[in-house]
Design a protein around this ligand. Structure first.
Ligand SMILES: [Zn+2]
Length: 256
């Protein structure tokens, strides 16, 4: 009698242990599969530059909540999340909290022998557009950038009626033709939302001027226009906006 009880207990133990081990195996292999999926190398690298920041607040208006820099960093972070969900690697020129010193930037430009104008690198509480683009060029040496996107908000005095998005790329960028195509597809994608003006800009636009890789400056509306500012203030609109932007960026990086 005791012997048979012992045998039954042993059988139950073997069955339970067997199921347990199998379960571990199933969990283990599905975990491995998940790791494999998430470890797929990113399809491209996009550098997002939140326009302004720190002592440079950007534009302001009675309609906009906070300064331009407060809204551009929020949209930059949303765009980062959206692009990462599409397996695109994102680097930010800054996160709104800290930025590299001129010394750090100089170390990088010297290491890689990059061109720069030392008189435009100034150590202060301001990460200027020039410093941001030179920093992006340093990053590009170890993390080749497929596209730089600089996010801004426009403003104009005495023209509260003016409402539009604006896209700028440098007319002499080696990828000007591809950038033009990207701008046109963005223009179509934003068609239902707001009128979009595309400009092949001259040398006066810093972030688009000093890169060899594709670079795009996006003006996401006018802070001085009540409706544009209302959109920019809205988290819901910002999420929709970055989705449209990310969709077209993904098409661009898939193609080029
Ligand atoms: Zn700006």
């Amino acid at each position: 009698m005791k012997k048979s009880v012992l045998i039954i207990v042993c059988v139950i133990l073997i069955v339970v242990l067997g199921i347990g081990l199998n379960r571990c195996d199933i969990l283990g292999s599905s975990k491995k599969l998940l790791e494999k999926v998430s470890k797929e190398p990113p399809k491209a690298t996009v550098c997002i530059d939140a326009g302004h920041g720190f002592a440079d607040v950007g534009c302001e208006s009675p309609y906009l909540e906070g300064y331009e820099k407060d809204v551009t960093i929020k949209i930059a972070k949303l765009l980062k999340t959206e692009l990462e969900s599409r397996n695109i690697k994102v680097v930010l020129t800054h996160d709104g909290k800290k930025f590299p010193s001129c010394d750090e930037i100089l170390k990088g430009v010297n290491k890689y022998g990059l061109e720069y104008d030392s008189t435009r690198l100034i150590e202060n509480n301001n990460f200027s557009a020039y410093e941001r683009v030179i920093y992006a060029n340093v990053v590009n040496e170890t993390e080749p950038i497929d596209l730089l996107v600089s996010l801004h908000i426009n403003s104009i005095e005495n023209h509260p009626e003016l409402s539009q998005y604006e896209l700028y790329y440098y007319e002499n960028n080696p990828h000007a033709a591809e950038l033009k195509e990207l701008c046109e597809s963005l223009e179509d994608a934003f068609d239902n939302d707001t009128k979009t003006a595309v400009t092949a800009a001259d040398e006066s636009y810093t972030v688009t001027r000093y890169t060899e890789y594709p670079s795009l400056l996006v003006e996401m509306g006018y802070a001085t226009n009540r409706e544009d500012a209302q959109k920019l203030n809205s988290e819901k609109w910002r999420k929709e906006y970055v989705k449209t932007l990310a969709e077209q960026i993904q098409k661009f990086t898939d193609k080029y």
